[in-house]
Design a protein. Structure first.
Length: 128
């Protein structure tokens, strides 16, 4: 590329950037939020600021399958990755401490209200 072409490319992005900034500033009033921006969806535990505790087996059992005793995946529960990792560690700690059964869901919690429907996941499974 010749020297003139390099100079042309070096100053073009700055003009384009300034042009879009000026155009954005002219169209949006200052201090107002963008009306087209989507709201961030928080997971169930983050939205209600629920702290996981290994002694709260009633809450932890909501995320465990009543048939196999396995923890439901993130696409079923709708939890964020941070809360799901904390949930798995807390359930493991609760099982080791003896607050939760290992293989099945505790029968006294089978009639509790459901936080989510495992048959209708929030997002489809990647392998399905």
């Amino acid at each position: 590329m010749n020297r003139a072409g390099a100079r042309l490319l070096s100053w073009m992005p700055s003009i384009g950037k300034n042009f879009t900034e000026r155009r954005l500033c002219a169209t949006l009033p200052s201090g107002s939020p963008n009306p087209y921006e989507k709201e961030k969806v928080k997971c169930l535990l983050c939205a209600h600021d629920i702290k996981l505790d290994y002694k709260n087996s009633r809450l932890l059992q909501q995320f465990v399958s009543s048939f196999s005793g396995r923890v439901y995946d993130r696409h079923v529960t709708g939890l964020c990755s941070h809360q799901h990792d904390k949930l798995v560690k807390t359930i493991a700690l609760s099982r080791r401490a003896g607050y939760m059964p290992i293989f099945v869901k505790d029968p006294k919690y089978l009639r509790d209200a459901k936080l989510f429907d495992p048959m209708k996941p929030i997002r489809s499974h990647s392998f399905a």
